[in-house]
Design a protein around this ligand. Structure first.
Ligand SMILES: [Zn+2]
Ligand SMILES: [Zn+2]
Length: 127
């Protein structure tokens, strides 16, 4: 089975997910912009049972980050774990977004990802 592994910038937090993600997305919303300090976030979602991590994290409104280096890491609930894909050791990753959220906040110089569903705001269901 494929394992995707990664860590934060300082290495205090290590994480791994087993198998292929349920879905991969990009979000341009205000919260993602502020949290990341960048124009969008790129993330993958796996069943929580396939997600493992070591090392202590700090948390703000369910978003975990490394208190040592500030890297943004993941959000997790009983069902699903959302991992920031920039943490993976592989760069570039083989993972491609199948949808984009909050494209009304997308920087005008960014083009839509070819073939990805485009949503003005959140997905009708839930991410
Ligand atoms: Zn760190
Ligand atoms: Zn967002």
């Amino acid at each position: 089975m494929t394992v995707y592994a990664g860590q934060c910038l300082c290495g205090r937090v290590q994480l791994a997910v087993r198998g292929e993600p349920l879905r991969v997305g990009i979000c341009h919303c205000m919260d993602c912009r502020k949290e990341s300090g960048s124009a969008f976030t790129f993330y993958g979602i796996w069943p929580t049972l396939q997600f493992e991590r070591t090392g202590e994290t700090a948390e703000f409104q369910g978003r975990h980050f490394c208190s040592g280096c500030g890297s943004r890491l993941f959000s997790v609930d009983e069902r699903e774990a959302e991992i920031k894909l920039g943490l993976l050791s592989q760069a570039p990753t083989p993972l491609v977004p199948s949808y984009e959220l909050w494209i009304k906040r997308r920087e005008p110089w960014l083009r839509p990802v070819p073939g990805a569903e485009q949503h003005d705001e959140d997905r009708p269901s839930h991410e």
